[in-house]
Every structure is written in C-alpha cells, then in structure tokens.
Design a protein around this ligand. Structure first.
Ligand SMILES: Nc1ncnc2c1ncn2[C@@H]1O[C@H](COP(=O)(O)OP(=O)(O)OP(=O)(O)O)[C@@H](O)[C@H]1O
Ligand SMILES: CC(=O)N[C@H]1[C@@H]2OC[C@@H](O2)[C@@H](O)[C@@H]1O[C@H](C)C(=O)O
Length: 380
C-alpha cells in the first residue's frame, strides 16, 4: 500500500435510523486496518422530523427547501449528531490520529433525472466541531455529468473483493436496496434494485409503533399476496437496464397496493417485493454467490426468502470477515481518500457516468494546515 491515511467515514442512510461511523486505514486503493466502528441512533424527534422533511422536500423546489430556516435547523441538528458520532468514535480510539472525515450527509432528495441530489449536512460546521478536514458532497459531480449519483459503494466492494471468485454480488439491503456485481472479465456493474427496508419500516411503524419489523416478527407471521407483488413488479423501473438508482420515496405507491391487508400480510407482501425486485434485476452475469450487507440481513424472514429465490448461495458479508453494519461508513472513509487523490468514485457500469469520475469536496474549517496537505502525496 502507498501512503495511507486514517479516515473516518460517516453514513446516515435512507432508513433514517442514525449515524454509522467507521475508522479505517487506506490509500484509496487498498484497505488496511479496520480500526473501529459505532452507530449513534438519531434522537426519535430528529428521526421524526427528518421523515417529515423528506416529504416536504419532495414537494418543492430544491433551492427553496435549502433556504427554509426550519430545514436549515434540521441540517444543523443532523450535522451535530454526526459530530457527536465522530467524538464518540475518537474517544474509543484515543491513540489514533484521524487524518480526514468522509461525510456522506443525509439524502433528502435524489432525482438524477433532474440532475438533482442532496445529501444534507454542513461540512463547515462538522469540520469546525471536529477540527478535522472533511470531504463531502460525493454525488453531485456524478449527477452533473449525467450519472445516477448512486450507488457509490461498488468501488469499495471491489477493493475488498480483490482476488475473490467471480461473478460475485454484494447486496446491500438498507432503506433502499442496491447490488454490486463483479464479473469474470473484471467489470463492475451496479444499481439500486428497488425498495429495501424503507416500506416495511414505515408499515411496521404504522401498525405497531415500532420503527422496523424487528426480526421479521410481522412478515414471518403473514402470507405474501403474490398477485400484488406481481403487479408492483410491472413498475417501469424494473424494465430499465442498469445502472439506475432510486429515492427513498420512489416506491411509496406500493403502500396503496397493500392498504387494507392485515399488518402481517402487508409486511410479508412488502418484504416479498424487496426480494422479487432483486430477482427481477437483470445482471450481465449470474452471480455464483450473493453476500448481503445492511440492516436487512438481520431480518431472518428476508434472508430466507432471498435464499429461496436467488438460485445461488446467499450469505451475510460476515462470511467474508466484513462488518455488514459498517460497510457504508467504511466506504465513505475510503471514498474520501480517493477524492483527495483525484481517483474515480464511479465508473460507467456503476452510475452510468460517461467515463470514470472523481468527486467530493474538501472543507477545512479552523485548521491552519492539515498535516497531510503539506506532503507531496496529495498532489500525486
Ligand atoms: N433485527 C432486525 N430485524 C429486522 N430488520 C432490521 C433489524 N435490524 C435492522 N433492520 C433493518 O435495517 C434497517 C437499517 O438498515 P441500514 O442501517 O443498512 O439502512 P441505511 O444504511 O439507513 O439505508 P441505505 O443503505 O438505504 O442508505 C432498519 O431500518 C431495519 O429495517
Ligand atoms: C442517493 C442515496 O443516498 N442513495 C443511497 C441509498 O441507500 C442505498 C442505495 O440508495 C444506494 O444507492 C445509496 O447509498 C449507498 C451507500 C451507495 O451509494 O452505494
């Protein structure tokens, strides 16, 4: 490995459950030590506010939403939650010097067809709170270049899977689900497959008051209405070839289709949609194995249906020695270092950009000269 940095990645995903933080060593090409991780759940009020803001932002002009004082306060609150996660992780590893933060931010809007994507977060505030350089805004350049802006995890998956048998797939089941496929000829393909847990979370919250269908308690007790799943699979999204990406709210019309079902049958049907959407994704090669990360792998009913439907072994990424709850946070640590080095964050097969493209912006507030900026390494 060439000159490596200690990078702290921060991800707050579409599930709106909180901030994942991870510390790794990397030169942006290889991944060295996995130093530590933690999750800091959002306070329930912040989560509820974010859920409302998502709906609000979807219905108005983006510039207008960004200028809204109420939304600005939410952005500040979520940034401070990220700063708290950084402080907590640094307290756990007092001997470690962090070189840079990779700050994804909270996606509040993703509409690549309008060349819009917004990962809310105040990088200047985070940098001044932590006194660390912050790389942020990872998706804008990709979308501006005509790409989907997502998923961005595939190059990290590829770095971790170097030398692994192919074709192989990594499936993330977060709020939205996304797949990375590494093919026999060394290509990387990716897309969002469809809903992940977001619909099931909202359904469970509505019916039980609990924020998710914990351990698949509801979905395991119901029957899937396969006719409804089949109808939902006629959505044009599934006919679009990859690369393609989704917003958290993209499939909320599925709610109308399950309206009137019992809590259990509705949950089983929504869970079946998540799995069938993966199966319906046309990949250039059939994976010989699927490795699953993201919170969905904790749902045994979901894993069981994936195993039954995908026609190849389906295992949690822990089988590979990875931490499936920290992977996305690690990814943004890795991408921060790639951004500093001007390396691509995406390639045509992952986001549809015309050519490999770097991205991200560096913000250094209240830091005279980050020690690594003095080195020749960054220029190289
Ligand atoms: N024990 C469990 N039983 C059922 N579901 C679970 C369990 N643990 C986590 N989950 C699901 O995982 C979700 C969180 O997953 P994750 O943290 O991967 O999402 P995210 O990173 O926010 O989303 P995305 O990857 O779309 O950005 C929860 O909202 C819940 O649906
Ligand atoms: C716009 C956005 O935030 N997309 C997320 C979301 O959550 C899962 C899926 O949709 C994925 O495409 C992406 O996140 C991961 C980290 C990615 O970019 O790979």
């Amino acid at each position: 490995m060439s000159y490596k940095l200690t990078a702290l990645g921060l991800m707050s995903g579409t599930s709106l459950d909180g901030v994942d933080a991870a510390l790794i060593e990397t030169d942006g090409m290889e991944v060295g030590a996995h130093i530590g991780t933690l999750t800091l759940p959002y306070a329930p009020e912040l989560r509820a506010t974010l859920r409302r803001v998502l709906d609000d932002v979807a219905g108005r002009a983006l510039d207008d939403a960004k200028a809204d004082a109420g939304i600005a306060q939410v952005v500040r609150d979520l940034t401070l939650a990220h700063a708290e996660a950084v402080a907590a992780l640094r307290r756990q590893h007092p001997g470690v010097t962090v070189d840079v933060i990779g700050f994804h931010g909270q996606t509040l809007l993703h509409a690549p067809e309008r060349r819009l994507t917004w990962q809310a977060g105040d990088a200047t505030l985070l940098s001044s709170e932590t006194r660390l350089p912050v790389v942020h805004d990872f998706r804008t350049d990709d979308v501006a270049a005509g790409g989907q802006g997502a998923p961005l995890a595939p190059l990290y998956h590829a770095a971790l899977l170097r030398g692994h048998d192919r074709p192989v797939a990594v499936l993330n089941i977060g709020g939205v689900a996304n797949v990375t496929l590494l093919t026999n000829d060394g290509a990387i393909w990716a897309c969002d497959t469809g809903p992940g847990n977001a619909l099931l979370d909202d359904w469970a919250e509505r019916h039980t008051g609990v924020a998710c269908d914990l351990d698949g308690a509801l979905a395991g007790a119901g029957r899937a209405r396969e006719d409804i799943v089949a109808t939902l699979l006629r959505d044009p999204y599934f006919a679009v070839p990859l690369p393609k990406s989704l917003d958290r709210l993209s499939f909320h019309r599925a709610f109308e289709a399950v309206e009137g079902l019992s809590a259990e049958d509705g949950a089983t049907t929504l869970l079946a949609l998540t799995v069938e959407a993966v199966r319906a994704t046309v990949l250039p090669e059939r994976p010989c194995a699927w490795y699953v990360c993201g919170g969905g792998r904790h749902n045994p009913v979901l894993m069981e249906r994936l195993r039954a439907q995908l026609g190849a072994p389906v295992e949690p990424v822990e089988t590979l020695g990875w931490n499936g709850d920290a992977l996305e946070a690690e990814c943004f640590a890795f991408l921060a270092v790639r951004s500093l080095r001007g390396l691509p964050l995406c390639v045509p097969g992952t986001t549809g950009v015309p050519a490999p493209l770097t991205g991200g912006r560096l913000t250094c507030a209240a830091i005279a000269s980050p020690h690594w900026l003095a080195g020749a390494w960054v220029a190289g």
